[in-house]
Structures are given as C-alpha cells and as structure tokens.
Design a binder for this molecule. Structure first.
Ligand code: ATP
Length: 252
C-alpha cells in the first residue's frame, strides 16, 4: 500500500434524490487500518453513503464534512469498487486492471506493472484470460476482474460495495481471504448483505437502520480476520446480528 492509512471521519452527511431524503445528519468513523462492514436492508442508503464518501455523488443534494486523520484530502488515495463492475468493454482484462495506474502514471514501468496485474489475475482465478475482452466473461468473472483492479490500486483507503456477491461459495471464501490478506493495514469500508461475510472479515460492523436511517455500531468480532467459518462463535454472532437487522427493519 502507498502511504499510511488514515482514519476517515464523516460528519453531518445528508443526501436527497428529488424531494426525498435518503438520510440526514449521519456521522461515521472509519478507524485507520481497520476493516468496517456495513449491513442494512435493501434500499436504506448503503450504496449512497459509500458513493458520497468516494466523492461520486449523483444525488440532487449532498452535504457532509469528510476529513482524514492526517489532514490530507481523501481524493486521489481511495479505491472504489461499485456494485457494477464498470469495466471498459473495448480493452482487455489486463488493461482494465492497470487502467487507474496507467491514467495516473503514464506508461512508465509498464512491464513491472503488468506483471503485478497478471499475478493478481492469477490469484483471483483468471490466469489465461488476460487478453480477453470483458464481454466474453461471466458476471462472477467480471466481478473478479473488478476486485483485482481494486487490489491493484494499492490505495490506503478502500471502499467496496458487495464485492463478493456474484461469486460461488467456494470462490467467495477464497477471495475473501485474499482480500483480507492484501488489504491488511488499509482503511476499508465494505457494504455486504451477508452477516457471516461481515463477521468473517470485519474489525467493526455497523448497521444502517431506522427512519430516518441512522448508523448503529453493533459488533467488534474477536480474533483476527479472515475468521474460519466453522468457528461456532461466528454462527452465534450471526444469529445476534440477524436479530439486530430484523429489529432495525421493524423500527423503520
Ligand atoms: N440515482 C438515483 N436516483 C434516484 N433515487 C436513487 C438513486 N440512487 C439511489 N436512489 C434511492 O436512494 C435510496 C437508497 O439507495 P441505495 O442504493 O443507496 O440503497 P442500498 O441500501 O445500497 O440498497 P441495496 O442494498 O438494494 O443495494 C433508494 O430509495 C433508492 O431508490
């Protein structure tokens, strides 16, 4: 990772589409070098919050004060992996992975850069597909390319929106471990619908719930991620988390 990961602080976040507020006056802290997972029912505003932090607002009105613990701007050192893979259809898988680095740094050290990208594509199970166009890949394969691109970015702050949702259970399990390993030390904020995934990967779990939606810090799972799924404590915590999620949905 390039540079020390800062903590990220958001205060008074508010967002409206048309006349409708998605949320107003949200506060969020992402501790430095820790992995925070966000759960909440569909449509509550998780993606909107992630996009607001990434500076990708498409809302009619966005407010909030975003700051980093080192006093530097977040812009330029945050990797964002959205729900849609946003791969460029006219260029190869490998070129899609290196795109961000190319745009920032020109063609310098291209061979070394491509070597690292190819290694990441191998790690996500796409060896031999480097020269293919994205259109020839399945949805899950495209998601793996997007994940490789996010890991390749080498940013201290990483925002991910359901990065493993399109994968089969075995691949998901393997790539969770890979991401956990490669993003160690980064400040990560990840949206997921899967309580077990959150419990496996997160240092902290937040739930967005209620009307108006508020963030509720819920869990700090014990032990180091990635936690084994056959740990009985995980199943117990997943049960508790489901109750909190259900209560949040009823309160809305
Ligand atoms: N571009 C848009 N234009 C209008 N409304 C939008 C737009 N994007 C999101 N919304 C609305 O904002 C609200 C929150 O959407 P958001 O995608 O943030 O929810 P979410 O919690 O991420 O949902 P999911 O879990 O289903 O992905 C929803 O009511 C949605 O209809």
């Amino acid at each position: 990772m390039t540079g020390q990961a800062p903590s990220v602080r958001l205060r008074g976040a508010a967002l409206r589409f048309g006349g409708r507020a998605v949320f107003s006056d949200l506060d969020l802290d992402l501790p430095a070098g820790r992995w925070t997972c966000l759960l909440g029912e569909s449509g509550i505003g998780k993606t909107s919050l992630l996009r607001l932090i990434a500076g990708l607002g498409s809302a009619d009105e966005t407010r909030g004060h975003l700051s980093c613990s080192d006093g530097l701007p977040l812009a330029g050192r945050v990797a964002y992996m959205g729900q849609r893979d946003l791969l460029l259809p006219w260029t190869t898988v490998l070129q899609n992975v290196v795109l961000g680095a190319r745009l920032r740094g020109g063609r310098a050290a291209a061979r070394e850069t491509e070597g690292r990208a190819a290694a990441l594509l191998r790690a996500v199970g796409l060896a031999g597909r480097e020269e293919d166009l994205p259109g020839s890949l399945s949805g899950g394969m495209r998601q793996r390319v997007a994940l490789a691109r996010t890991l390749f970015e080498d940013c201290p702050v990483v925002l991910m929106d359901e990065p493993f949702s399109a994968l089969d259970a075995v691949t998901r399990h393997r790539l969770q471990a890979l991401a956990s390993d490669l993003l160690r030390g980064c400040t990560v904020f990840m949206v997921t619908h899967d309580p077990l995934e959150a419990l496996r990967l997160a240092d902290r779990i937040e739930v967005l719930a209620g009307l108006p939606p508020q963030l509720r810090p819920v869990f700090e799972p014990a032990g180091q991620a990635p936690r084994p799924l056959d740990d009985p404590a995980l199943a117990q915590q997943a049960g508790r988390l489901m109750i909190v999620l259900g209560d949040g949905a009823r309160a809305a």
